[in-house]
Ligand binder design. Structure first.
Ligand code: G1P
Length: 271
């Protein structure tokens, strides 16, 4: 069973400056609710019981958001405001499920995942990139179902426009079925010429604990970072089974300012 989810939150958010100079992008509200809470709610609905947040000293406000008990208690002591009480209860629910690890240098997703090694209890765990929201259908739930069916590792994927392939990790396909396929290979941010398909990795992964050993062996890749994509590639080369889950929900890119604004509009409309 997949009960733990890792969420890398140590990124600097440069694509969202100047807002991110004072506020983590993951706390920026989308239709009245922080981006990160959408991710947490998706996971909880899919049966996740524990979150490991990878933050940095620069992003301690994420910790404060979930562990600000004194602040709430003081307000509630003065007046039992129903709305505040409801919000506090919600925060307490999340709080019980969250652990923190630190990545103080932005060395990439692979490095972030490796920092969680000591906390992972089962053979597989979920990893979600909070820039990527998927609404309407629970992508994590779909992936857990596909994991149960295949006994393999799973990556969320969707077709993207060919001209944008260099922005994503791109999958090479084997045995395509209607809603999923086996992954033959994966390449991080290829040129249009080198892209093996236009199926892009979207930020949801079910990974095996074996991945930690592969990450340790990696040298910095694309952009000087340790990429989870490269560790996945090594595992595929060693005959580990990875499947692309062509998810049915709607993808919203929250990692850029225009994407962030659009996400708010889409979620508002979808209500
Ligand atoms: C990361 C991954 C990439 C993936 C993308 C999805 O890239 O490295 O493989 O396609 O997330 O959003 P980043 O957005 O950090 O550049």
């Amino acid at each position: 069973m997949i009960k733990q989810a890792i969420i890398p939150l140590a990124g600097l958010g440069t694509r969202m400056l100047p807002l991110t100079s004072v506020m983590p992008k993951e706390l920026m509200p989308i239709n009245g609710k922080p981006n990160l809470e959408y991710i947490l709610d998706e996971c909880i609905d899919a049966g996740v019981k524990e979150f490991i947040f990878i933050i940095s000293q620069k992003k301690l406000s994420i910790k404060k958001y979930f562990f600000n008990d004194n602040f709430y208690r003081k307000i509630l002591k003065k007046k039992k405001d129903k709305r505040v009480l409801k919000e506090y209860k919600k925060i307490k629910k999340y709080q019980k499920m969250i652990k923190f690890v630190y990545q103080n240098e932005p060395k990439g997703t692979g490095d972030a995942v490796l920092k969680c090694k000591k906390f992972i209890k089962s053979k597989y765990f979920l990893m979600l990139l909070p820039d990527d929201l998927i609404i309407r259908n629970n992508c994590s739930k779909e992936m857990i179902q596909l994991h149960k069916k295949t006994n393999g590792s799973i990556i969320a994927t969707k077709r993207v426009e060919k001209k944008t392939v260099s922005r994503w990790g791109i999958l090479s396909i084997k045995n395509k079925k209607k809603k999923y396929f086996q992954i033959k290979d994966v390449v991080e941010k290829p040129s249009i010429k080198k892209a093996p398909s236009n199926f892009a990795i979207i930020g949801r992964y079910i990974l095996p604990t074996k991945i930690f050993t592969e990450i340790k062996k990696l040298k910095p890749g694309q952009g000087g970072e340790i990429h989870i994509t490269d560790a996945i590639r090594s595992l595929i080369k060693k005959e580990n089974k990875f499947y692309g889950n062509i998810f049915t929900g709607k993808y919203l890119d929250c990692g850029t300012l225009s994407g962030y604004i659009n996400s708010g509009i889409q979620i508002f409309k979808g209500k």
